[in-house]
Design a binder for this molecule. Structure first.
Ligand code: TYD
Length: 230
């Protein structure tokens, strides 16, 4: 098991969340690049995935052939990948004083399997608190986008044009994706200290500048990030 929350942690833990097609992956890369330009050490990872084991679990989770997968199975597999990521990558990086950017984290589990998938939030929360030794991000950037527009963006970007099918989660009905968006917004309203909601329908550069504004604030509060041991 990973160590108890925050023990020995000196870095900064950021997560990017949002409905499918919100542009998290693009924003995570832009942010990494900008932080690295300041000379900071940044580790970019993703969920599900980020470790060899996690990437194998990802293949199972997103395989469109596994339509019969239950929500309980989803919760446990996503959390299994997350437990491995926290222990193998996130905690060690935070202890070294790095900035971690995770493209999705446990809020996705609460929203996709809870708000949209129908499982009790309390159960998902308990499993995740155990799997991550209660490690929450310092800040979560929620890229907010209309569910239908997000899926349309993916369709435009994806191969196959109008025949685009998406992965197993992207294939869920529109109603599911609407619940995802509402779920994220609800989580954000419950924890305004951690969540920073960003309208994500604009051009990537515009969205990035909004994220960067918040980042500058955070860096100002964490001067230790600039004073790491060699
Ligand atoms: P994502 O990395 O956004 O997919 P892609 O790289 O193809 O854009 O995430 C994969 C999918 O998994 C996405 O639809 C959200 C879903 N998901 C959950 O349902 N629960 C979770 O706990 C996580 C982390 C992701």
């Amino acid at each position: 098991m990973p160590e108890a929350n925050g023990k020995g942690k000196r870095g900064l833990f950021l997560s990017m969340e949002g409905p499918d097609g919100a542009g998290k992956t693009t924003q995570a890369s832009l942010l990494k690049e900008r932080l690295e330009n300041l000379g900071l050490e940044v580790v970019l990872t993703r969920e599900p995935g980020g470790t060899l084991i996690g990437e194998e679990i990802r293949k199972i989770l997103l395989n469109p052939d596994f339509q019969e997968m239950t929500v309980a199975c989803e919760i446990l597999l996503y959390s299994a990948a997350r437990a491995q990521l926290v222990s193998q990558c996130i905690y060690p990086s935070l202890r070294q004083g790095f900035i971690i950017i995770s493209d999705r984290y446990l809020d996705s589990n609460i929203v996709y399997q809870g708000f949209a998938g129908g499982e009790k939030l309390e159960i998902i929360n308990k499993i995740n608190m155990w799997a991550t030794a209660q490690l929450l991000p310092d800040v979560t950037f929620l890229l907010d986008i209309d569910a239908e527009y997000g899926l349309l963006r993916l369709q435009r970007k994806g191969t196959g044009g109008a025949n685009w099918r998406g992965d197993r989660m992207e294939q869920k009905e529109l109603e599911f994706h609407h619940k995802v968006r509402q779920g994220f917004l609800q989580l954000a309203s419950l924890d305004p200290g951690r969540f920073f909601v960003i309208p994500a329908g604009d051009e990537p550069e515009v969205v990035h500048e909004k994220i960067w504004g918040k980042m500058q604030e955070l860096l100002g509060k964490n001067p230790l990030l600039f004073l790491r041991e060699p």
